[in-house]
Every structure is written in C-alpha cells, then in structure tokens.
Design a protein around this ligand. Structure first.
Ligand SMILES: [Zn+2]
Length: 312
C-alpha cells in the first residue's frame, strides 16, 4: 500500500501492505491512538485505498478519479460520521440511519466506506447497533472506527474488527516531516514543535499552523501576566485577569504554560523573590485546575486572590 502520507508507524504500514497483498483489506478496523496521532490520516488513506482503481500495491494512488474525489472529500461512497453537535458521541439513531444507508449499493465502485468518529465514546446501545451492522451488513460495506482508546469499544465489537494502534512518531522523523510540510517555518519553530508534540504530529501541526498572530497575542498576554504577577498591584492584576475570560480551554492552558516559562526565566532576578516563588507556585496550581476544565473566568481572579492573600 502507498501510506507515505502517514508519518512513522512502519510496523503498521508493513502489516497493512502485507494484508492487502494476501487476503485483502478487512471490512472493519478500529483505528486507535490519542488525538494528533494520525487516526484521521490513516482512516482517510484506508478509505481511499478501498475505492482506488490503481493496481494493488499502488493504492491509494492519489491520481485516479476515485482518489481525487476522496481527497476532495466528495466521494459519494465514503462517509465521515460524527456525533450531532460538537463533542457529542454518535447516537444509536445515527447508527440505524447508517444501517439503512449501507444497504443502498455503492454509487461508483465496489465498496462503500464509513469512517466513524469517537467509537469508544458511543454508548452501549449505539455500539450494539454497530455490532449488528458489522455482523449482518452487506459485504461491500467497510467500517473504520476511530477511537482514542480501543479499550473503550465493547469487547463484542472489538472481536469483529481488526485493531490498528498508532504509535508516537520519533522526534527526528517528526522534524523532517514538519520541515517538508512547513517550509516557511524557522528551524527553531520546527524544532520546538517537534520537541513539544511528544510524537503526536497533529499537535505539532496545530502549533505551527495555529502560530502567527494568535500565538503572538497569547505570548504577549503571558509576558504581561508574568510581569504583573511579579510586581503589579492587586487591582491591576485583577483588571487584567478580567480581560482573559474569553480564552478557550486550550488557550488558557497554553497561556499558563507560557506564563510559567516566563516566570521561570525571571525568578532569579526578581526583587521580591518570595512573591515570585508564590506566583510560580500559583500558576502551577492553576495549570492543574485548567487541566480539570475549570474556565478562565474563575481561574485568573482566583490567582490574584491567592497571590495577595498569602502576602498578608
Ligand atoms: Zn487511486
């Protein structure tokens, strides 16, 4: 198979190529790995390979009309299925609708492919409906179940699928892949993204693609926040913290990471060392709270209170 668009994962690619040349691709896979590990990339490539008209070892070729439609997201026989509403899991009603759709023969080729988001978050009745479909569905239908954790998929469903587990990509491989994808980024930016992403390329892509203005704005906020934490008045800090309540959860976490780094750089030269250490500790505690989904509107005023009440 031609899976070079997926970084790393040599073992998995060899396994799939061997399978394609032998008994052929399976009709049901669980594609497992954390966010950023390449589940959507692999799901897309497998779906494309299933409709591609090129000879066996060259699929997906990326050039035939079927591949082009798949790449453009307009192939009539490939469906991406996600829960209705952001973050919601796929419901039992959606699986039932999918079942009726699966019995309509493919439009163009010989296969119909369904890629399902968050299979490990579907409830038991949705998963059981899925199981029925895997057991009784038409032979031309293929199902790719994306999951952060394959263990969250019912054992009965798992036993009907092959599980493909994505591995983190090695740092040097991350770096060369990012270099090819972001030729305009500086060496430092690329190295920083490759080091931070912990082998999950999706994160590095987010960091680099989401960079530019937004990242700079966040960096400016972190600098200001660390300055105020070190030497600002209580009211100043509180006022500034009120401007941060529209940040998203990810931005809040990133802001706290940046602030933490800025404080770390300044602690040695701080005029009030005790206060600087308290601020650093407070930011650390906040970062933990932010990981538990506490919003910025509650977090930043709390930091102000923490810093000044301890001072007294
Ligand atoms: Zn093709």
């Amino acid at each position: 198979m031609e899976l070079s668009a997926l970084a790393g994962n040599r073992r998995l690619k060899a396994q799939l190529s061997q399978q394609e040349g032998g008994r052929g691709l399976s009709h049901a896979y669980i594609i497992a790995g954390p966010a950023g590990s390449g589940r959507h990339t692999l799901g897309g490539l497998l779906a494309q390979a299933m409709v591609c008209t090129a000879p066996e070892h060259q699929r997906p070729c990326g050039r035939c009309p079927q591949c082009r439609k798949a790449q453009g997201g307009i192939h009539p026989d490939i469906s991406w299925v996600a829960g209705a509403g952001e973050g919601k899991p796929i419901s039992v009603d959606q699986v039932r609708a999918l079942r009726s759709d699966a019995y309509i023969r493919p439009n163009e080729g010989e296969r119909k492919v369904y890629i399902l988001e968050g299979a490990d978050r579907m409830n038991a009745s949705a998963q059981n409906a899925m199981l029925k479909l895997l057991e009784e569905g038409p032979a031309y239908a293929a199902f790719l179940l994306l999951a952060e954790n394959a263990g969250g998929v019912l054992e009965t469903v798992r036993s009907r699928c092959e599980t493909l587990t994505l591995d983190p990509v090695a740092p040097d491989e991350c770096l060369s892949w990012l270099q090819a994808r972001f030729p305009q980024a500086s060496r430092e930016e690329l190295a920083d993204a490759a080091n931070r992403c912990q082998g999950l390329l999706g994160r590095a892509v987010e960091q680099l693609a989401g960079g530019g203005e937004q990242a700079q704005a966040l960096k400016d906020k972190a600098d200001k926040l660390s300055r105020l934490l070190m030497q600002g008045q209580e009211l100043e800090l509180l006022e500034f913290s009120l401007t941060l309540d529209k940040l998203t959860r990810e931005e809040t976490q990133r802001l706290l990471d940046l602030t933490s780094a800025a404080l770390g750089d300044q602690i040695l030269q701080a005029s009030d060392r005790a206060r600087a250490l308290r601020a650093a500790q407070g930011v650390k505690e906040m970062r933990q709270a932010a990981g538990l989904n506490v919003g910025p509107a509650a977090l930043f005023p709390w930091l102000t209170a923490l810093l000044f009440s301890r001072e007294k």
